[in-house]
Structure formats: structure tokens, C-alpha cells
Design a binder for this molecule. Structure first.
Ligand code: ADP
Ligand code: MG
Length: 264
């Protein structure tokens, strides 16, 4: 739960961390699925609630800040609240505005890809870097939302591979008409990534390809997004992904894509 507030004439964000939800079963199901398919980068990190979630986000913001990544300043902290500085409009809102302006869209996407790569090169990882959790302002690309820590369940190379997969999935919806443009940018970035990271991304793609076909066959509107994500990632050579099926699990609480819905 987050809301914008004003502090001394400036926008800030008051983020509250509610007490535990009922995601345990779903997380266990997703974890079993990811392990079973050998998709380590897509294992769901443990979900934290309340003061725990606040502590994880606070620690992760500090780590990333120390690594030189643009994340919000922590303006205040309570037991289960943080007050965060404003990083400007989300990347998703900027991408939506640029939907009909390919050069602008690619510039945004390219900047985000560069920022992810730069953060990784400094030992960072993000966890859920889809466009809604990135910001794009004159000052550059920023990163948000760190209540979960992938390193709880996977090594750094897998966490970085996860970032690429999630970003690719999130960005794919803006590239329905020009999948190769996205594929090309991602492919270049992955070629610069450590071999382990590139291999882990490729493995995710390979393992998920059969699922992609299933998804494509489903005539649910959400399935189109999935199929699109897949064709984009499938094309990005070692790149991946029919993974959206899996991500569907993870996205349930974000209301973006519901795996069960998709399968029903
Ligand atoms: N520091 C910030 N600067 C700009 N926008 C923010 C900031 N923090 C949150 N937001 C906005 O609030 C939304 C939700 O915040 P987020 O930290 O991702 O929480 P949630 O866990 O609910 O997804 C973001 O997608 C963004 O639109
Ligand atoms: Mg978020």
C-alpha cells in the first residue's frame, strides 16, 4: 500500500507494509513448479509482510544505493512504513505515452536495459524489474519495489538472469508490433552479461518453450500477451521464454496476468 504525500513542498511516497497475506500456498505451488522444470531464476523468493517486509526493502535500498544504483532515498522509517523520495514517472507510464513513437519507445527501453546492465555490473540485482517498478526521468532510470530478496533462494547469477527475464516479459507488451526491436536490444545486453547469466536466461527460455505453445493455443486475451512475450524472447536466440506462464503465478497479486485464469 503506497500513496504519494507532500513533504516540504516535494512529493514523497508513504509505503505501508501490511501484515501477512495468504500467499503461502501459491508460492509453494510456484516453487514446486519452478524446481520441477529446472527454472531456478523463477523460484519465488519468500514473501515478507509487515515489519519484515519493511526491513528487507530498507536493506535492499541501502545496498543498491551503496552500489551506485538510482533508488529512492529513505526519508523516514517506522515499524511497518517507509517514506521514500520521488523518482519521477514510472517507466511503464512513459512507455505507454510513447506507444506510437517507436524511436522514443526504444530510447526508453534502451535506457532501462542499460541501467539494469550497469546495476548488475556493480554486483546489484533488482528482483522484479518490470516497467511498473522502474522510473524514467531526466535524472535517469530509477528502480523501485524491493520487498522480496531473490538471493534468499538463488545465487546472484540466477537473480540477474531473473531480472532480464522479468524485464523482457514486462516490456514485451509494448513491442507487439516490433518484437525484433526488443529482442535485438536484449540480445546485445545479454551478450555483455556474464556467461553464467546469459546461460541461465537461455535455459529459462528453452525450458519454457513448450509451455509457450500451450499458451499460444489458448484463446484467452491474456494468452496473447504471453504468446507475444514468448515469440519475442524465443527469437532472442539464447533468450528465452515462454516463461510468462510461470510469471503468471508471480503476477497474480499484481493483477497483471493470472495463470489459473489462463488455464481455465
Ligand atoms: N519512490 C517512488 N517514486 C516514484 N513513484 C513511486 C515511488 N514509490 C512508489 N511509486 C509508485 O507506486 C507504485 C507502487 O510502488 P511499489 O514500491 O512498486 O509497491 P508495490 O509493492 O505495491 O508494487 C509504483 O509502481 C509507482 O507508480
Ligand atoms: Mg511494484
Amino acid at each position: 500500500m503506497i500513496e504519494p504525500i507532500r513533504i516540504a513542498g516535494e512529493t514523497a511516497w508513504l509505503k505501508r507494509y501490511p501484515a501477512g497475506g495468504r500467499r503461502r500456498l501459491r508460492l509453494a505451488a510456484m516453487d514446486a513448479f519452478a524446481r520441477r522444470l529446472g527454472l531456478r531464476p523463477l523460484r519465488p523468493p519468500p514473501h515478507h509482510a509487515g515489519a519484515d517486509a519493511r526491513a528487507v526493502e530498507q536493506r535492499r535500498i541501502r545496498q543498491l544505493q551503496a552500489a551506485g544504483v538510482r533508488v529512492p532515498e529513505i526519508l523516514g522509517a517506522g515499524r511497518d512504513v517507509l517514506v521514500l523520495s520521488d523518482l519521477g514517472p514510472t517507466l511503464s507510464s512513459r512507455m505507454r505515452e510513447a506507444a506510437d513513437a517507436p524511436a522514443r519507445l526504444d530510447a526508453l527501453t534502451g535506457a532501462a536495459i542499460e541501467a539494469i546492465g550497469a546495476g548488475h555490473a556493480r554486483g546489484g540485482y533488482f528482483g522484479q524489474p518490470w516497467p511498473r517498478n522502474l522510473t524514467a526521468a531526466d535524472a535517469g532510470i530509477g528502480f523501485l519495489d524491493f520487498e522480496e530478496d531473490p538471493l534468499d533462494v538463488m545465487p546472484l547469477a540466477d537473480a540477474q538472469a531473473r531480472d532480464w527475464v522479468l524485464f523482457a516479459y514486462g516490456a514485451s507488451r509494448y513491442y507487439a508490433e516490433r518484437p525484433q526491436a526488443l529482442t535485438g536490444m536484449l540480445g546485445e545486453a545479454l551478450a555483455q552479461a556474464p556467461a553464467e547469466v546469459e546461460a541461465a536466461v537461455g535455459q529459462v527460455g528453452g525450458r519454457l518453450r513448450p509451455w509457450a505453445r500451450i499458451a499460444e493455443a489458448l484463446r484467452h486475451p491474456a494468452a496473447h500477451t504471453v504468446a507475444r512475450a514468448i515469440s519475442i524472447l524465443g527469437a532472442a536466440a539464447p533468450l528465452l521464454l515462454a516463461l510468462a506462464m510461470l510469471l503468471g503465478f508471480d503476477l497474480l497479486h499484481d493483477g497483471e496476468l493470472d495463470l489459473f485464469d489462463l488455464l481455465s
